[in-house]
Write a protein that binds this ligand. Structure first.
Ligand SMILES: *[C@@H]1O[C@H](CO)[C@@H](O)[C@H](O)[C@H]1NC(C)=O
Ligand SMILES: *[C@@H]1O[C@H](CO)[C@@H](O)[C@H](O)[C@H]1NC(C)=O
Length: 357
């Protein structure tokens, strides 16, 4: 940072650092970031996409007229996809911010997808984050997990990353892996295997996002602004596959060969190496923040999925609907808001809330 900070700003910074919640203690992932122009293009709601003067921060707006979104200019066959995101604050029921990989526009019936979806909430209740994995059109087998975040995602930027290698998928929040799905033969085509593009969108999901559609988007609180910065795309770039190809063409085979080197580099990268410390941090995050798992949703899925690592002690904490049985204690500093104080003086998410999540 070239800019000099005034002494008071330094003091404030120190104070903020000292007051910060216990961080993961994990080494920071080394990410090379880029400008919007270098890797992305507007997707929809062009007038609602605001780019900073240096082109490294993009804000997506949702207002009465439209939501907005951007897409990576290329498709990628495996890679590390990341952005620091600041979510809209205040009343955000019905608002969904999504940061995801997909090839649904190319492979309509057998698409692959990896999702971070942020679900807005009524005032005083926290955003929830959902991750999901689809492969080869496995839309009838949603693999959703939901978490509450150990921080307020509306006051500062936090990094959200998707790692996708031929061997595994991992979702990161800041430097902590929060979910890992390892490829196994039993998963078959359900593991994403075809090139995907990265998407970032904000949209009106009034019909389902908050308490199953009970709370709709209230545009009196708009426009809703989601900001993205520290944009990173790292992986094997490929040409857009021809729509609906069923057998690999020579071009695709060449690309696969070209991707072998990129895959090797990716597997050796910080994000792809699962250390013991990272696995422990992942376990802690999941124990403390996961509020729904498809692995425990035996009503929807009587037979467990092959990749589900069902821990009996953990299973007991979940109902057969996959939702956490007991209220979660909220941690981390939360901005005091009138609504928040009114809602839960004890600073707990209510049981009802856990059920709604
Ligand atoms: C981070 O990555 C860049 C580019 O790959 C590299 O030049 C740099 O040495 C790395 N920094 C650290 C601390 O690993
Ligand atoms: C993907 O789905 C198609 C059509 O349903 C099927 O023919 C193909 O074998 C599947 N691929 C894999 C890898 O499972």
């Amino acid at each position: 940072m070239a800019r000099l900070l005034a002494p008071s700003a330094v003091a404030l910074l120190l104070l903020v650092l000292l007051a910060a919640p216990a961080v993961s203690g994990l080494p920071a992932i080394n990410v090379t970031t880029m400008a919007f122009e270098e890797g992305y293009a507007p997707l929809f709601g062009h007038d609602n996409i605001l780019r900073s003067a240096d082109d490294r921060t993009v804000s997506l707006l949702l207002d009465r007229s439209t939501g907005s979104g951007f897409i990576s200019s290329s498709m990628y066959h495996h890679g590390f996809f990341s952005a620091s995101i600041k979510l809209p604050s205040d009343y955000t029921a019905g608002v969904v911010v999504a940061f995801y990989m997909s090839n649904g526009d190319v492979f309509e019936k057998r698409h692959d997808e990896l999702d971070f979806e942020f679900l807005g909430n009524i005032r005083g209740r926290p955003w929830r984050v959902q991750t999901n994995v689809y492969g080869n059109g496995s839309v009838s087998r949603g693999r959703e997990e939901r978490y509450v975040l150990p921080f307020d995602p509306t006051t500062e930027f936090h990094r959200y990353s998707i790692l996708w290698t031929p061997a595994a998928v991992a979702f990161y929040v800041d430097d902590v892996p929060v979910r890992e799905v390892r490829r196994s033969p039993a998963m078959g085509g359900d593991f994403p295997s075809k090139p995907m593009a990265l998407y970032a969108t904000v949209w009106d999901a009034s019909t389902w996002a908050t308490s199953g559609g009970r709370y709709r988007v209230n545009y009196r609180y708009g426009p809703f602004v989601a900001s993205f910065t520290d944009l990173a795309l790292l992986g094997c770039r490929v040409d857009r596959p021809v729509r609906m190809v069923t057998t690999p063409t020579p071009g695709v085979q060449q690309q696969a060969a070209a991707c072998a080197a990129a895959d090797a580099a990716l597997r050796a990268s910080d994000a792809a190496v699962m250390t013991v410390e990272k696995l422990q941090a992942m376990r802690r995050f999941r124990e403390q923040n996961m509020v729904y798992s498809y692995c425990y949703d035996t009503r929807r899925y009587p037979d467990a999925f092959p990749e589900c690592d069902v821990v009996e002690a953990e299973r007991r904490r979940f109902k057969d609907s996959g939702h956490l049985r007991l209220a979660l204690r909220r941690r981390g500093p939360r901005r005091s808001r009138p609504g928040a104080v009114a809602r839960g003086a004890a600073g707990r998410a209510t049981k009802k809330q856990a059920a709604e999540i």
